[in-house]
Design a binder for this molecule. Structure first.
Ligand SMILES: Nc1nc2c(ncn2[C@@H]2O[C@H](COP(=O)(O)OP(=O)(O)OP(=O)(O)O)[C@@H](O)[C@H]2O)c(=O)[nH]1
Ligand SMILES: [Mg+2]
Length: 336
């Protein structure tokens, strides 16, 4: 019987491919139990090999269906896949549950696939960090491709999707807007566009609209990286042809059409990231963002632990009544 109650026990079971160990590790991480940090300290150096794929887009564009067939395509290529579905909708809406059930039916029983849903518990910042930690654990567990599905609404979901190496923005015709990603502000994070539901009327118009927007030069992620403090230099891409232009692909997820091409394109992007040096930049960018986020949380918790609820309430009242400005109050609370 493997020992699933200690860090060394869990890690050695994980290394033997024990699924229960993996599920337990993820639960510890999600719950922030006392084993979470010691586990992550061991797992972190083991991670870094997986290619992380973000799939995002407006509700109902067919993301879950697409993720399902992408995973099957990867299995045909003998690559192992973990799927993390981040669902910000209420569990009562049924959408995600239904999607998950379909997934279970199609993908269950394959040891090369692991599926996990992240519920929106706690704060949104917490969800982004929890998702990153779970993805790291799946990477450490040896899954070669990790797919992260998020609905492209709201800052946090965009943030989660943009931490992937390759982000696929899913569009679909017939949802009111020709291109939904504009409204959601996720156009900029796309490495690849998938116009899904290509069996429906209007798919070509969506493709045309996207082409036009790309022609207008929407800011790419590479440009967004400029001006941020990073320990590595952005590789100089002097030749326009060497830069990555987000390709637009048509898919019909329900009929498994265009999926092979989509996976080919994801793999091309992966190779591009490595050969251009962009992958290293993205990894540093992710490390910088993550470190800053954790430092902020740690400092906040530390400061809160050194004060009393009464004292905090006094400070809040003083700021609300304009007897003290929030900067001075914050400095006093942090004691700097
Ligand atoms: N006609 C058509 N329907 C599709 C296609 N792909 C998905 N659908 C259908 O669209 C509906 C929504 O699909 P989901 O995969 O749940 O979409 P989603 O983007 O994951 O939805 P949320 O997670 O709720 O945002 C389902 O009824 C699918 O069967 C497609 O290519 N063509
Ligand atoms: Mg879904």
């Amino acid at each position: 019987m493997p020992d699933l109650y200690s860090v060394p026990g869990l890690i050695s079971a994980l290394n033997e491919g024990n699924r229960r160990a993996l599920a337990r590790i993820i639960s510890h991480i999600e719950d922030g139990s006392e084993l979470a940090q010691p586990l992550m300290a061991v797992l972190y150096p083991m991670a870094g090999n997986a290619h992380l794929i973000g799939i995002t887009g407006a509700p109902g564009t067919g993301k879950s269906t697409l993720v399902n067939v992408i995973a099957q395509e990867y299995r045909k290529r003998e690559l192992t896949v973990a799927i993390v579905a981040v669902d910000p909708t209420s569990p009562f809406s049924g959408g995600a549950l239904l999607g998950d059930r379909v997934r279970m039916r199609d993908l269950a029983g394959d040891p090369g696939i692991f599926i996990r849903s992240m519920a929106t518990r706690g704060s949104l910042g917490g969800l982004a960090q929890a998702t990153a930690d779970v993805v790291m654990a799946l990477d450490a567990a040896g899954f070669q491709r990790v797919i992260i599905e998020t609905v492209g609404v709201g800052q946090s979901e965009v943030e989660i999707a943009s931490t992937a190496h390759t982000t696929v923005v899913v569009e679909a015709p017939g949802l009111g807007d020709e291109v939904q990603a504009i409204k959601a502000g996720i156009l900029e994070i796309a490495d690849i566009f998938a116009v899904n539901k290509a069996d429906r009327e209007g798919a070509d118009r969506t493709v045309m609209a996207l082409k036009m927007m790309l022609g207008l030069g929407i800011p790419s992620r590479q440009i967004l990286h400029h001006g941020r403090m990073l320990p590595v230099e952005l590789p100089e891409i002097s030749d326009e042809r060497e830069a990555w232009m987000p390709p637009i692909l048509k898919t019909i997820a329900t009929q498994d059409q265009g999926v092979r091409e989509l996976v080919d394109t994801i793999e091309s992007h992966r190779e591009y990231l490595i050969s251009s040096g962009t992958r290293q930049v993205r990894d540093h960018f992710r490390a910088a963002t993550e470190l800053r986020m954790i430092m902020r949380d740690t400092l906040l918790n530390e400061a809160l632990s050194r004060t009393t609820p009464d004292h905090l309430a006094e400070m809040v009242t003083a700021v609300a009544e304009r007897k003290l400005d929030p900067y001075t109050a914050a400095r006093q609370l942090i004691m700097i």
